[in-house]
Design a protein around this ligand. Structure first.
Ligand code: SF4
Ligand code: SF3
Length: 547
């Protein structure tokens, strides 16, 4: 195996024996093979008129499969074996239409378009040769992977939007075009840089689509105080990012005597008006994903993982853990999709909760959030006034991911050391590094404004664009906003590409720059966009504040 898609890749270069995330080598290879066959499907579908139902099936399959390979989502080899089989059948179905419509001489077909096998042993054998290292040129490899990881993040957004019946065929078509392009050896680095930038454009569209889906279905997030203590009844802990699963779980647990708590990236669900009506939706339990091994043990009740990030479970709670959607882990029970048009059935988890003790309290108090674009633009006058009077000197976008590395304590220290006339704009689980610090407020505006999940990073872009408009600025970079973003998995990659597409410069990424950036590709990003890493809190504070 060779995987370097996330920030925790071994040695800062790539995982080769087993993932630091716990992904076994055979699963890593099968994920590579699945992506390889997706490229084959894409090859035949670019420019081919497909019957509507097949076209839709291909789009959904591609987004679903890309999402399944995101870091910490699915560790189950059986899932990937089944998906590879389905991918091969779908590819050949698409191929038949391509053959019927093809005009001119037969071109040489790439191996991803023709390779065939049916048995697992052949899958495992082939999987070893189709991964990242199959591209020899380090810069082309770097750009192909940067593009692919951006697509994985984009697929996560479109997948969530689709759960709420929102889709955009243009985004789906771009995904196929981009995947097919990674098979084309005639494309130069410049071509691929162009596609990477285009991915940023479609990334903005995908985030906007999801924002529309979420706010259209559940209302605009509101400023909300979220309880972080517990009650004395059995509970279910729901983690990941899928709001549709949460909605269904809340409905099915109503009146059962079982409470529902959010964990990690599900925290922002409390900000939506649609979920406030449930009395048994108690609060948020614990912190960011990587602390789940202790927090899930203490929860005492069942845990439902709806998306990334799963840490290989400890025996102390493995039998209380459930996966659903695109997540999976061997030996952990999986809640399947409901029958056509019907909701998923969570009765097994609810019955399980009733047999469990209430959660052990980890902490008490409240945290505040709900500062998505609708809320912040609603108080824009107040914010603008605070900027004009100098009460707010600068905003710091500190969105993104949290992670295990000790070096991430930088973000807690950075938040703490920021001058009191600065405001942090955040989204994603990165917030857990500072959302329980008492950083105060500026004239009633909290110094940490949490817009929501990493999926809601779009809000931060909308806020920046709105401020640019109000201040009558030509360039988004003239705003008093600095970007000090923490990344871990591939949704952060598409957020980064989206920000670059919107013209944001001088973004700092940490705790380390991606291992998948070759020195030349990193150089382009540094020279063209001023991308940088982080150093020490002291040095970076001077750099950002020009002191
Ligand atoms: Fe390693 Fe990250 Fe890949 Fe897991 S996802 S195998 S930790 S690079
Ligand atoms: Fe976190 Fe996994 Fe990225 Fe959604 S839960 S931000 S890491």
């Amino acid at each position: 195996m060779f995987c370097f898609q996330c920030q925790e890749s071994a040695g800062g270069t790539g995982c080769t024996i087993k993932g630091v995330c716990g992904k076994p080598h055979d699963v890593a290879n099968l994920q590579d093979l699945l992506i390889y066959v997706l490229k084959g499907i894409s090859f035949f579908s670019v420019g081919t008129e497909l019957p509507e139902a097949l076209d839709r099936r291909a789009s959904v399959f591609i987004m679903d499969s890309l999402f399944a390979t995101i870091t910490n989502a699915n560790f189950d080899r059986n899932v990937f074996v089944a998906k590879i089989r389905e991918a091969l059948a779908l590819r050949d179905e698409v191929r038949r239409h391509w053959e019927e419509q093809r005009i001119g001489a037969a071109a040489e077909l790439p191996d991803a378009a023709v390779w065939q096998a049916d048995d697992e042993a052949s899958f495992d054998a082939k999987a070893k040769s189709v991964g990242v290292l199959a591209t020899a040129d380090p810069d082309i490899r770097s750009l192909r992977e940067l593009l692919t990881y951006g697509l994985k993040g984009m697929a996560a957004y479109t997948y969530h939007a689709l759960q709420l019946d929102h889709s955009n065929p243009q985004i789906d078509l771009f995904m196929r075009r981009a995947l097919a392009a990674t098979l084309d050896d005639s494309l130069t680095a410049d071509h691929l840089v162009g596609l990477v930038m285009e991915a940023g454009k479609y990334g903005v569209e995908a985030m906007s689509l999801l924002d529309e889906a979420n706010t259209g279905t559940y209302g605009h997030p509101e400023v909300t105080k979220v309880n972080i203590g517990v009650r004395n009844r059995p509970g279910i802990l729901i983690s990941g990012h899928d709001l549709k699963d949460l909605e269904e779980l809340l409905r099915q647990t109503e009146g059962t005597g079982v409470d529902v708590y959010t964990h990690s990236e599900m925290l922002p669900a409390h900000y939506y008006p649609a979920f406030k009506k449930y009395d048994h939706f108690v609060g948020n339990y614990g912190n960011a994903w990587w602390l789940q091994t202790t927090e899930f043990a203490a929860f005492n009740g069942p845990i439902l993982m709806t998306t990334n990030c799963i840490v290989p479970p400890k025996a102390s709670y493995k039998d209380r853990m459930y996966t659903t959607g695109n997540t999976g882990f061997p030996g952990v029970r999986h809640i399947p999709e409901g029958p056509e048009g019907q909701p998923k059935d969570f009765s097994e988890i609810i019955a399980h909760a009733k047999r469990c003790e209430p959660p052990t309290e980890l902490e008490s108090g409240e945290i505040v959030g709900g500062f998505a674009h609708h809320t912040v633009t609603g108080i824009a006058d107040q914010v603008v006034e605070a900027v004009k009077t100098g009460a707010i000197k600068r905003f710091f976008v500190m969105a993104g991911c949290d992670g295990r590395m000790k070096s991430r304590s930088y973000y807690t220290d950075f938040a703490r050391e920021l001058p009191r006339d600065t405001v942090i704009l955040t989204a994603g689980c990165a917030k857990y590094k500072y959302n329980k610090l008492d950083l105060g407020d500026i004239g009633g505006i909290p110094r940490v404004l949490d817009a929501g999940q990493c999926n809601d990073s779009y809000s931060l872009a909308v806020i920046a664009l709105k401020l640019k408009e109000i201040f009558g600025l030509e360039d988004i970079n003239d705003l008093p906003i600095s970007y000090n973003i923490a990344w871990y998995e591939q949704k952060a990659v598409i957020v980064l590409l989206a920000l670059l597409y919107l013209g944001v410069k001088n973004i700092h990424l940490g705790p380390t720059l991606p291992a998948f950036l070759s020195p030349n590709v990193a150089k382009v990003l540094i020279e063209k966009f001023g991308i940088g890493g982080i150093t020490t809190v002291e040095e970076d504070m001077k750099m950002f504040l020009g002191a």
